[in-house]
Design a protein around this ligand. Structure first.
Ligand SMILES: CC(C)(COP(=O)(O)OP(=O)(O)OC[C@H]1O[C@@H](n2cnc3c(N)ncnc32)[C@H](O)[C@@H]1OP(=O)(O)O)[C@@H](O)C(=O)NCCC(=O)NCCS
Length: 189
């Protein structure tokens, strides 16, 4: 994780006033406050939330952005899921990304992009095959997320198909993937 974060830092560091870092237990309150402000109280009603509820994020994949004083100004987490089954009937392990949010006072400074690149790089380094998310295609396409990879998959609740996107970290990982997304991460103690 440290090497990935260093490389993302090096890419974004000159003239910037933020750092990408691993989330710690001390960040939880600040992260939740940031998410409430950025996304509103309805964020807990989303179908993605059903997958996250009572689970811990995938190992090494809870990432924050900090300002110069160390305060949390951005957050992204990824979650272990099964992305349906393959044409051979095997469950397909993958990650669900979200929520991604940046403090509105810091929007448009590349922090969202830095969080996304750190998350993708770290997930790849850890050997994951694909990342799925529900979000605006106009934002996430720049990171390689497209709806065609999820066309035979469904979320466990209402979702807009055009916003249900995926990035393969290993070519062909989602080939033939069909069925419902199911949480398979570690449960909260
Ligand atoms: C979406 C979000 C994470 C982007 O963070 P950010 O740090 O401002 O993003 P970046 O600085 O890396 O990128 C800014 C660019 O993305 C564009 N952008 C931001 N949100 C976008 C969206 N929903 N659709 C399309 N483009 C978007 C901006 O217009 C800007 O474009 P430019 O580079 O051409 O000027 C942030 O706006 C946010 O927290 N929004 C509220 C929560 C949310 O919607 N999260 C995503 C759903 S999970």
């Amino acid at each position: 994780m440290a090497a990935v974060l260093d490389s993302v830092r090096a890419f974004f560091a000159p003239n910037s006033t933020f750092a990408i870092d691993a989330e710690t237990p001390a960040d939880v309150v600040a992260r939740e406050t940031l998410l409430d402000r950025a996304m509103g109280p309805d964020r807990r009603k989303k179908s993605s939330e059903k997958i996250r509820r009572n689970r811990v994020p995938a190992e090494g994949l809870a990432i924050v952005a900090r300002d110069g004083a160390g305060h949390v100004i951005g957050t992204v987490r990824l979650w272990n899921i099964e992305a349906g089954i393959s044409s051979e009937g095997q469950a397909i392990d993958a990650l669900l990304l979200g929520p991604l949010a940046v403090d509105c006072a810091y929007e448009g400074k590349g922090i969202g992009a830095a969080l996304m690149r750190a998350a993708i790089t770290e997930a790849h380094k850890r050997g994951h095959g694909a990342i799925l998310l529900v979000g605006d295609a106009a934002y996430y396409e720049r990171f390689g997320f497209f709806a065609d990879k999820t066309r035979h998959l469904v979320m466990p609740g209402p979702f807009e198909r055009s916003r249900f996107l995926a990035l393969e970290l290993k070519a062909g990982w989602l080939e033939g993937a069909a069925g419902m997304i199911v949480a398979n991460g570690r449960k909260l103690a």
